[in-house]
Design a protein around this ligand. Sequence first.
Ligand code: SAM
Length: 237
Amino acid sequence: MSGAEFDQHAAAYDGGLDNPVKRMMGDSADQFIAVKARWLLRREKGLFDGKLKLLDYGCGAGDLMRVLTDLGARADFTGCDVSQGMLAEVVKRWPARHGVPPFLSVQYGPRTPFADGQFDVATISAVLHHIPVTERPVVYAELARVLKPGGRLYVFEHNPRNPLVRYVIARTPIDANAILLDAREVRAGLQDSARYDLDTDYLMFMPPGVAFLRDVDRALAWLPLGAQYVVAAVKSR
Ligand SMILES: C[S@@+](CC[C@H](N)C(=O)[O-])C[C@H]1O[C@@H](n2cnc3c(N)ncnc32)[C@H](O)[C@@H]1O
């Protein structure tokens, strides 16, 4: 899909919560985003002290940066996306209590408008499955280019090994052209683009809204059946 096609989904974008199966698992899109945000905050303690520069590549309506901030993050946020409509939503949805919205940059295709080695942390969440397989190496290369030496990249994706995920994606309008990819493909793509130390966690075994089940999720992070996964990549110095 092009940026213009994503524009059509922007105003109503709610992370696929129009799907009844997904709604059974959680009653707000933020609950699903919060699983990733909490995972990031456990991993990147520096996000609390206001010194890290974080790029959210394909930031959509800015939900990850907003929920991170809701949970106490104080990073220097930048978002980029091919959809101007989605970037307009970032500003509309950014609560006044969070101060100025993230710096935003529209991009044309997979190349990013940023200098080399600019970011301490980069995230790319639920984006790669929208990018044609042949264009993914450019995205991996761009992410490696804009990260500082020692910078960390976090790739969050839907896990195609989870049958419920495949069922939901097949019925979600914004995912009409999605080509899901597993963690092994992400790791291979990253390793072809730069020298990284990699590890993978699986997320969302339990409904995201049920707080007392969070420890179960954390205990199962090794099991490749969660609804989502995150590949964490530390770039060599
Ligand atoms: C499913 S949304 C996910 C948005 C956000 N990352 C999140 O987790 O809520 C996918 C986003 O990827 C963006 N996108 C698709 N292809 C892209 C590309 N080549 N470069 C940057 N963003 C892209 C779309 O415009 C859309 O905003």
